[in-house]
Ligand binder design. Structure first.
Ligand code: C5J
Length: 224
């Protein structure tokens, strides 16, 4: 057991019972010319997370701990896309439409894939999720329970949407979540700040927040 200095209080890191959960680091959200940037978002705010997440991912792989990736997206026939989600926002470019990197948020399209810098390797489960939360309509909970995972170290985008939703779902299922502050990103600086504060508020109502250096130091302490 190793202790990570975290907000709102130290996190007891139970190495073999912890997994790294990387949420939706997909080309359409992070790459210039993708769906996110076509909506007018500044992807550089999200891209700041890539380098620290690469270092954290490498540390998890070196420690031999479970790494799980998620991707938000839908079946090509859109049969799993609720009409409300399709309609929402009245955007010029909607889910399933032809976008700059193929059909927007459709499985198998180039923009739906994970960015090359963080590409999964053999043995790392990839969860295809149709919603914002990583547990909704997926087998993530079964995979975690079968592997004896009790703690999730959470990275990814966006802080206030898929990261927060997934952490709240995980919290209700009994997992302890630590959100890595420099490995989660938002297109909106104020949502980044509040998205992190909401996790750790009220004595850690949804979990803990700590920077990647603190998590990596714990992984490399030989006490996990
Ligand atoms: C969004 C996500 N923002 N991965 N998806 O639509 O946060």
């Amino acid at each position: 057991m190793s202790v990570i200095s975290a907000d709102p209080y130290p996190f007891d890191f139970a190495g073999p019972h912890a997994a790294l959960l990387i949420i939706d680091m997909q080309r359409d959200f992070l790459e210039p010319g993708g769906f996110g940037s076509s909506l007018g978002n500044d992807v550089s705010l999200l891209r700041q997370t890539i380098e620290p997440t690469m270092r954290l991912l490498a540390a998890f792989r070196r420690a031999g701990l479970l790494v799980i990736h998620t991707r938000e997206g839908h079946r090509p026939d859109l049969s799993d896309l609720p009409a409300a989600k399709k309609r929402r926002g009245h955007a010029k470019l909607a889910i399933g439409d032809a976008g700059p990197m193929g059909r927007v948020l459709v499985r198998g399209e180039p923009g739906h894939d994970i960015i090359p810098e963080l590409y999964p390797i053999a043995g790392e489960p990839v969860i295809d999720k149709p919603g914002k939360g990583a547990f909704h309509a997926t087998d993530l909970d079964a995979i975690l329970k079968n592997r004896g995972v009790e703690q999730l170290i959470v990275c990814g985008v966006t802080t206030e949407v898929c990261v927060n939703t997934s952490v709240r779902e995980a919290n209700d299922r009994g997992y302890d979540c630590l959100v890595v502050s420099d490995c989660v990103g938002s297109y909106f600086p104020e949502f980044q700040t509040m998205g992190l504060r909401m996790i750790a508020a009220q004595g850690g109502i949804f979990g803990w927040v700590a920077p990647s250096d603190a998590v990596i130091a714990a992984l490399e302490s030989n006490q996990v």
